[in-house]
Design a protein around this ligand. Structure first.
Ligand SMILES: [Fe+2]
Length: 371
């Protein structure tokens, strides 16, 4: 159902510099029922490196800007103009989240790191559907340490992110990059966080860890190493935070969790490592009545159901597709295709619509409200 609330338009004129020279944005981050953050980046300088081949590479340095807007009214449309001059490229609108239980929509996509034509098609379709916000299940860019890849990501998402808040999660391709934390403004410690929309709770987890470069794990030669040594304290702390957050929101109508690497994989070469992840997180999602866990990483669509929790891998936003060669006992459906998910959250139930690259609906999942 489309938003039928009373729309109050307020103008925010944020006077920055006479000439902004905006390179990225503006875009909206960290929306709540009473606040939002308008972000943009300006080009600070260029540095140059000479590659082995003799080719000169330009590395732009950006300065990130944030304007925090607080004391806003819930469920209300605001417009902003970061230059105050009415130049369309510097303007945008956004809607604050409802504080009460209201129907809303959100989109989910993942692994947008390559084939930008595919990514763009999904983005344009999502814009047409005007969701309240977008989740990305990680691997947004090919190389998180390469600023050009971030520039491309923001160029593809320019028209979407100027009005629709974007909530990402860390993937292995983000490489725990400082650019991630520079460009995004997210709740909590930004690595793992939660936010609410009415009585729906959203939780993003970091399954990558704080020291990304761990050869034993990356080489897949010793899976035990990762869970027994690598970052164990960090993951134990995160699990405690998750348990605490789930206990605090025990009365939530919906709980959606998202992180990058799936707990259930249908890609043969990744089944064992997915079992290790599932062993570590245990039955926490099912025990707390989490309805949906979204992941990425395996480039296809996979829907599994276990203990009342839907485990959905959505990683069809551009990265080259993977074969499905190891269906699991929990598998409900698996399709090797480019896609995104459009969720329609109603007062008593939610529908997840899986939309392919042609705009066709290829799967539908019904979610009951938590008791
Ligand atoms: Fe990945």
């Amino acid at each position: 159902m489309k938003k039928t609330i009373l729309i109050l338009i307020l103008q925010y004129f944020i006077i920055a510099q006479p000439s902004l020279d905006i390179a990225i944005g503006p875009y909206i981050q960290n929306v709540t029922d009473h606040s939002a953050v308008v972000c943009w980046s300006t080009l600070k300088s260029n540095s140059f490196t000479i590659e082995k081949s003799g080719k000169i590479r330009t590395i732009p340095q950006y300065e990130n800007h944030e304007m925090i807007l607080s004391s806003l009214k819930s469920n209300t449309e605001y417009s902003y103009d970061i230059g105050g001059k009415g130049i369309p490229e510097e303007m945008g609108t956004f809607i604050t989240f409802p504080s009460e239980i209201e129907p809303f929509q959100f989109a989910v996509l993942g692994d947008s790191r390559s084939r930008h034509d595919v990514h763009s098609k999904h983005v344009n379709r999502i814009i047409e559907k005007t969701p309240l916000f977008v989740l990305n299940t990680g691997d947004m860019i090919e190389d998180g340490l390469n600023i050009h890849h971030w520039r491309t990501f923001f160029d593809v998402n320019k028209n979407l992110m100027r009005s629709i808040p974007y909530f990402p999660t860390l993937g292995n391709h983000e490489k725990d990059s400082p650019y991630y934390y520079g460009f995004f403004n997210l709740p909590n410690n930004e690595r793992y966080y939660s936010f609410s929309v009415g009585d729906a709770l959203f939780i993003s987890l970091d399954l990558e860890g704080i020291q990304y470069q761990t050869p034993d794990y990356l080489n897949k030669e010793n899976l035990d190493y990762f869970w027994n040594n690598h970052e164990l304290h960090y993951f134990e702390e995160q699990k405690k935070w998750l348990e605490h957050t789930l206990n605090l929101h025990d009365d939530a109508g919906y709980i959606f969790v998202f992180f990058h690497q799936p707990l259930i994989s249908v890609k043969k070469s990744r089944v064992e490592e997915s079992k290790m992840r599932r062993k570590f997180w245990g039955d926490i999602f099912e025990r707390h009545g989490v309805q949906v866990v979204f992941s990425g990483h395996d480039h296809h669509y996979h829907h599994a159901l276990s203990g009342g929790t839907h485990y959905i891998t959505t990683a069809g936003a551009g990265a080259g597709l993977y074969d499905i060669d190891a269906l699991q006992p929990e598998t409900v459906k698996a399709i090797k295709t480019e896609h995104f998910i459009f969720a329609d959250v109603k007062k008593n139930s939610a529908i997840l619509n899986v939309i392919d690259i042609n705009g066709d609906q290829i799967d539908t999942i019904s979610i009951d409200k938590r008791k």
